[in-house]
Design a protein around this ligand. Structure first.
Ligand code: AP5
Length: 215
């Protein structure tokens, strides 16, 4: 089963993709994570993406669609994929259709995480991750069990994203409203959009997504 998680910055796409991945053995394809890895590695893609990401603007369509096509080629056809942060424009949605059709894959659902935008700035500015294993945390909503120590790998080093400041978050939200939200009707016309309330606890949101996927 291939699914898209769609929602504004901080809606919980990464959090929910990670839970689904662990429980169902699905593969999480996060264009944001892949672009950050490219920026850190200083690749050609990373050099193109760095300034745009730091400003909260979208990276060119052909760059992200190219990455997604390459990643899918590394997977077996039996492995379900969670698209996290892709597609984000009408052109990307069109490319995804082609990419999936060429590989004989079918998109089952688009899970729309509906959230209250006022809560998102708090979610994003409080986010941090383990510098070693990447486990995600939050200053208020998900603290490590032992302060300063990663629950998963025991590392004591953590990091924050350079685009997780209030000003950039506002730009990212504007980009979402202007370019990403308008692609929902494409999928609504196909009858595959399932709206999930993203304002509950992480566990409640996960349960609601599980209910959609088990139908
Ligand atoms: P990307 O990395 O995709 O960022 P984003 O879409 O802005 O989404 P976030 O990662 O900020 O949020 P999320 O929904 O995953 O929330 P999370 O689960 O972490 O993209 C970054 C940049 O890369 C873009 O601005 C763009 O420049 C570029 N880019 C990426 N893809 C692109 C594309 N396809 N095309 C062009 N450019 C692209 O949760 C956030 C926090 O809230 C966490 O701390 C979490 O612990 C907490 N939280 C989560 N759920 C809950 C809950 N239910 N209750 C309380 N707290 C919660």
């Amino acid at each position: 089963m291939d699914i898209i998680l769609l929602g504004p910055p901080g809606a919980g796409k990464g959090t929910q993709a990670s839970l689904l991945k662990d429980e169902h053995g699905m593969v999480q394809l996060s264009t944001g994570d892949m672009l950050r890895a490219a920026v850190n590695a200083g690749t050609e893609v990373g050099l193109k993406a760095k300034a745009l990401m730091e400003a909260g603007e979208l990276v060119p369509d052909e760059v992200v669609s190219g990455i997604i096509g390459d990643k899918l080629d590394e997977l077996g056809s039996e492995q379900g994929v969670i698209f996290d942060g892709y597609p984000r424009t009408a052109a990307q949605a069109e490319s995804l259709d082609e990419i999936l059709a060429e590989r004989g894959r079918v998109l089952s659902y688009v899970i729309e995480l509906s959230v209250d935008e006022d809560a998102l700035v708090e979610r994003i500015t409080g986010r941090f991750t383990c510098a070693k294993c990447g486990e995600g945390y939050h200053d208020i909503f998900k603290q490590p069990a032992v302060a300063g120590v990663c629950d998963v790998c025991g590392s004591t080093e953590f990091k924050r994203r350079p685009d997780d400041n209030e000003e950039t978050v506002r730009t990212r939200m504007q980009e979402y409203r202007a370019k990403t939200a308008p692609i929902l009707p494409i999928y609504e016309a196909r009858g595959i959009v399932r709206k999930v309330d993203g304002m509950g606890s992480m566990a409640d949101v996960h349960e609601a997504i599980e209910a959609v996927l088990s139908l």
